[in-house]
Ligand binder design. Structure first.
Ligand code: GLU
Length: 302
């Protein structure tokens, strides 16, 4: 089987217990399938990036024995690819400029009587879909319904997660015309991730469950750009002591890399893998978990 997997951290801080779970899961899945494992540094959201966090992440991975099979890709060097993708969407009539400020969007929402919120961001009401009405272009958005109609995509869009099972989302209604290029000129995560997964020939995506909700949007974009849809698996999140998802944003501490075996063991436990005795080397532990990976007990689908 052709298998190219990846781990795609944002360098907003060093790896923490939660991101190591995603890294280990994607590495084990690639190894267990005899595939390649790549690392891509997702540094498009420059205001959130921390200097040297990328090097620190790569070092942490290496200390844990997780070494990519090809040179690392940095999204900050990929602007040409993103521009070409946006241009092709514009040419097809699937992307349009948007002149709305956040306030404009909220006002239009209120007028339409919906207050629907999605992760604090209101679903875009489509104000600029048919023209800027004299406003200056700020962002670029995907005309989701147009892509769905032109390509005859099913609504709701259904996709399979290897762990969570069948998933579905009505992207036009539940998410709306999402941003491809932001008002501040930065490339949006959705466009960058889809273009790069395509460019790197990624066949299998294994990542944290916090990203599950993005998948339907990414599948629509893959279709619009004529890219294949990879297989998806979203791994359980590691919760902090307060029961909330561990993330760099809520202050998850960097992993203690003086004890890589311990860090790996905690990550392996979160993935339902057996703990090995304390004397096992990192290499031995990784080899054992690779053997066990495809038959590991998985948490029940949520
Ligand atoms: N860069 C994203 C993050 O760190 C992950 C993107 C992905 O795996 O698709 O949350």
């Amino acid at each position: 089987m052709r298998y190219i997997g990846r781990f795609a951290p944002s360098p907003t801080g060093p790896l923490h217990a939660g991101s190591l779970v995603a890294a280990l899961a994607s590495w084990l899945d690639a190894r267990a399938h005899g595939g390649q494992w790549l690392v891509r540094i997702e540094d498009v959201d420059t205001p959130r990036c921390i200097p040297d966090a990328d090097q620190r992440i790569l070092q942490q991975l290496a200390t844990c024995g997780l070494v990519p099979d090809a040179p690392v890709m940095w999204q900050s060097q990929r602007a040409n690819g993103y521009q070409a993708a946006l241009d092709s969407l514009i040419t097809k009539g699937w992307a349009y400029p948007c002149g709305c400020s956040r306030k404009d969007i909220e006002q239009a929402q209120a007028l339409m009587g919906h207050t629907r919120e999605r992760h604090q961001a209101a679903v875009y009401p489509g104000t600029c879909r048919h023209g800027l009405n004299g406003k200056a272009a700020r962002a670029w958005r995907l005309n989701v319904q147009r892509v769905i109609d032109d390509l005859k995509l099913a609504t709701p869009l259904t996709w399979q997660d290897r762990l969570l099972g069948s998933q579905q989302q009505d992207v036009a209604k539940e998410v709306g015309d999402f941003v491809l290029r932001r008002a501040d000129g930065l490339w949006a995560y959705q466009l960058a991730v889809v273009v790069d997964d395509g460019a790197q020939g990624i066949t299998h995506i294994v990542r944290g469950a916090d990203l599950t909700d993005n998948t339907a949007r990414q599948i629509v974009l893959q279709q619009a750009l004529g890219l294949p849809t990879p297989s998806y698996m979203h791994t359980p999140l590691v919760l902090g002591e307060n029961g909330e998802k561990l993330s760099k944003q809520n202050g998850a501490t960097a992993l203690d890399m003086s004890q890589p075996r311990l860090a790996l063991r905690t990550a392996a436990q979160a993935l339902g893998l057996a703990t090995l005795d304390d004397g096992a080397s990192v290499e031995h532990a990784l080899a054992e978990w690779t053997k066990a990976w495809l038959r590991a007990p998985r948490p029940a689908p949520r």
